[in-house]
Design a protein around this ligand. Structure first.
Ligand SMILES: [Zn+2]
Length: 347
């Protein structure tokens, strides 16, 4: 601290240019609002009510109403194409969609046929927009044991063919991880990532169970881990990533307001965290806007934002080559270097 210390200029780096992986994004809720309206008009139906919820149950009902326009296979393909295009626009180099093929078993003939179509469309759109795409098949906590085993077996058959993980979503209260131990054992055996939701509606014990019973590689949300110092210690040591969604947590009353969000405290404790949008059509912000919220409302520095982006890459199911180029891109972003693509483009 001297009078002569030169103040470094404040650099506002463009968050679009920060390479990032989007790891907590439920496919149906990645639909563009305008597309929902357009598809409803095409089908001659009233747009479903998807706002006005204040807690998880109402939110879940709004989510399921999105399915009304997705009973047409072409509409599901369009959703994937646009969601991948939007990912590219936000500087996402790898997106891992949470998918539920069972929603489309009727329209595609079987859950497997639906998953096949999703992997095909993901690959095609990914190639077109320069985004790697992975799918996380999601087990619904409320549908019981047999469907969880079916989903895990289906996911396992597609390991290395578009599917990278097994997720666990929907109502956390009353549906503990223990009920899904067998499903996740099948997924792990097949080499898939275990990526359950936990620590959102239920406290630390839910996160402990995800780690111990489901061998979680990442936790979707997990923010309530902060209530247990021993759990924080465990997360720091294991470097299991929390796929955090700040706006979702505010709108579902997991935290009282954005400025009270635990992400800065989790990062300060050394927990690996990624930044995500969860359900953009229902909550508003996309992933780029979530990064902006973390900068403006939570005061994350560019070093912290780059750290979250790096965590998202390292903890993802992205191919090694994508991880390698993203690491270099994140380093260059922090160093203030121009992206290689821009330099070439101007020549
Ligand atoms: Zn979620």
């Amino acid at each position: 601290m001297t009078d002569t210390a030169i103040q470094a200029p404040t650099v506002t780096r463009d968050l679009t240019a920060l390479p990032k992986a989007h790891l907590h994004l439920h496919l149906e809720a990645a639909m563009r609002p305008a597309t929902l309206i357009e598809l409803c008009t095409e089908m001659g139906i009233e747009p479903p009510e998807i706002s006005g919820f204040t807690e998880f149950t109402g939110f879940g009902q709004a989510y399921m109403r999105l399915l009304t326009v997705l009973s047409v296979p072409a509409n599901l393909r369009r959703l994937i194409e646009e969601a991948v295009e939007d990912a590219a626009r936000d500087g996402v180099v790898y997106v891992e969609f949470g998918v539920s093929p069972v929603f489309y078993a009727e329209s595609f003939g079987s859950a497997e046929a639906a998953l096949e179509a999703m992997t095909e469309q993901g690959e095609e759109s990914g190639r077109r927009h320069g985004v790697a795409v992975g799918l996380m098949v999601t087990v619904d906590r409320t549908t019981g044991y047999e469907p969880s085993i079916e989903a895990a077996k289906l996911a396992a058959r597609y390991a290395g063919r578009g599917v990278v993980g097994l997720g666990l979503a929907n109502e956390e209260r009353g549906y503990p991880a223990e009920d899904f131990a067998d499903a996740f054992a099948i997924a792990k055996e097949a080499g898939l990532l275990s990526t359950p939701h936990a620590g959102e509606l239920v406290g630390p014990e839910s996160v402990w169970n995800a780690l111990r019973v489901l061998q979680a590689d990442r936790i979707q949300h997990g923010v309530r881990a902060l209530e247990d110092p021993a759990l924080i210690q465990e997360l720091v040591e294991s470097q299991v990533c929390l796929d955090v969604c700040p706006t979702s947590n505010v709108l579902l009353a997991v935290v009282p307001e954005i400025t009270a969000h635990p992400l800065p405290a989790l990062l300060a404790a050394g927990v690996r965290c990624s930044i995500n949008a969860d359900d953009p059509i229902l909550f508003g912000p996309g992933v780029l806007e979530e990064y902006e919220v973390c900068r403006s409302a939570l005061g994350l520095t560019d070093e912290q934002l780059a750290g979250c982006a790096l965590a998202s890459i390292e903890s993802s199911g992205a191919p090694d080559a994508v991880k390698e180029s993203a690491r270099e891109g994140i380093r260059a972003w922090l160093a203030g270097e121009e992206p290689a693509g821009d330099r070439e483009g101007r020549r």
